[in-house]
Ligand binder design. Structure first.
Ligand code: MTE
Ligand code: MO
Length: 402
């Protein structure tokens, strides 16, 4: 079901009429109007005339979406997701050390450490290299049901591949990890002994992970220069990983011969899972990395008495076998998956709830990948309470009254 993103010459095809060959020129004019009516419902169009969102009974009336404000977290009201690509202004925002100003003209990206040739590049230098573009969707490792999974977005990114740049620099023998530093710096208490030092936001990847061909340094998001809040002018994207991997305001890539132990690798965004370690049950801690197999229902739309259940799925890029929906104690039934979703994009799904009956209902989705991994219920993950903050990927039953 996943196609190569690079064959995708028309990133905005979702948002224009199917027969149209024109792209962005039509986007603004058509998206909200005539084009919408003709589109299948799994494209999450804005509500057409006669359609309404059926309110969930599990969303408190006090649930508010934080508007976009400087240095503040922002999430989507997932009931309002109405496009395949999330608008840059709507795409969720998380930044731990605030949003630093980085000037495009004086911007430098340096590649340092255990390389044959250190690099010191301007934004133009980067743009002169081969362009790489793909769809990537991701969620924060801290996304979850308390925000109705709003720390999420899906976008079309342009930039350069990371591995080409690393090959250009030439990684030396003995190198183990690559550290990606952002321009955002804050005083951090490092070892809880009251000592504070200045630290930049940073994350690392093993050499092997860093050389994955899909990793990219993005300078464009949905056809616009990368916006300030999303890491202007350049950010790392590690497709298939939780958002924390995607270092914004990227200024330095450092190759070293040891593990990087900074806060966001070693202390924060660390999951705890009970695992069988060679026959012994042990609690294991890991840095948040690949996204777990997850789906969630985000909205139910009613039109003339017909109900449609819609949601999204995310994972590490493994192709999906199915997304299914269950109503109350009924059987699992297949939802339609948007066929335009590429490997690392989110997968929007839609289920035609033809036999909906008035009353209260519990609806839930689950996703299965081609390797037979199935999204479990919370009860099937007994270790979950201890690790519940990071990686909330259990099935999420929603309640609704028709
Ligand atoms: N430099 C920098 N990059 C960062 C962060 C940060 O605090 N500083 N936050 C990370 C986290 S935790 C997430 S979830 C994503 C959010 O990206 P977005 O704000 O563009 O959605 O950025 C990641 N990259
Ligand atoms: Mo995050």
């Amino acid at each position: 079901m996943s196609t190569d993103d690079r064959q995708d010459q028309s990133p905005y095809r979702e948002d224009v009429q199917p027969e149209s060959t024109t792209r962005r020129s039509l986007l603004k004019g058509v998206a909200g109007a005539a084009g919408v009516a003709a589109m299948p419902n799994f494209l999450f169009p804005a509500l057409a005339q006669g359609e309404r969102l059926v309110p969930f009974t599990d969303v408190p009336e006090t649930f508010l979406v934080n508007p976009v404000r400087p240095n503040s977290t922002h999430w989507l009201d997932t009931r309002e997701i109405d496009s395949y690509f999330t608008d840059n202004e709507d795409f969720y925002l998380v930044q731990h050390y605030g949003q630093p100003e980085v000037d495009n003209d004086s911007y430098r990206l340096r590649v340092t450490g255990m390389v044959d040739k250190e690099l010191d590049l301007s934004l133009d230098d980067l743009k002169q290299r081969d362009v790489f573009e793909q769809q990537v969707g991701f969620e924060c490792g801290g996304n979850g049901r308390r925000l109705f999974n709003g720390l999420v977005g899906n976008a079309y990114w342009r930039g350069v591949t990371l591995h080409r740049l690393l090959e250009e620099a030439g990684i030396q023998d003995g190198a183990k990890e690559i550290v990606f530093f952002g321009a955002d710096i804050q005083l951090q208490e490092v070892h809880s002994r009251g000592v504070e030092v200045e630290k930049a936001f940073a994350r690392s990847l093993s050499i092997e992970d860093a050389m994955r061909p899909e990793n990219m340094l993005a300078y464009e998001m949905n056809g616009e220069a990368l916006p300030h809040y999303h890491g202007k002018p350049v950010r790392l994207l590690v497709p298939g990983h939780y958002g924390v991997a995607n270092v914004k305001w990227l200024t330095q890539i450092h190759v070293q011969d040891r593990r990087y132990m900074g806060r966001f690798m070693g202390r924060d965004y660390v999951t705890l899972k009970k695992e069988n370690v060679g026959g012994v049950e042990r609690w294991v801690e890991n840095s948040v990395a690949e996204m777990n197999l997850k789906s969630t229902i985000v909205r139910v739309v009613e039109n003339g008495g017909n109900y449609t259940i819609q949601g999204f799925a995310l994972n590490d890029g493994t192709p999906l076998e199915s997304i299914e929906v269950k109503v109350d104690d009924g059987p699992w039934r297949r939802a339609q998956i948007n066929p335009r979703s590429t490997k690392y994009a989110w997968k929007l799904f839609s289920f035609d709830w033809a036999d909906a009956t008035p009353g209260e209902h519990t609806i839930v989705s689950r996703v299965t990948d081609i390797n037979g991994n199935v999204q479990l219920t919370e009860a099937e993950m007994p270790e979950k309470p201890a690790s519940s903050y990071w990686e909330d990927f259990a099935q999420f039953p929603r309640t609704i009254t028709l």
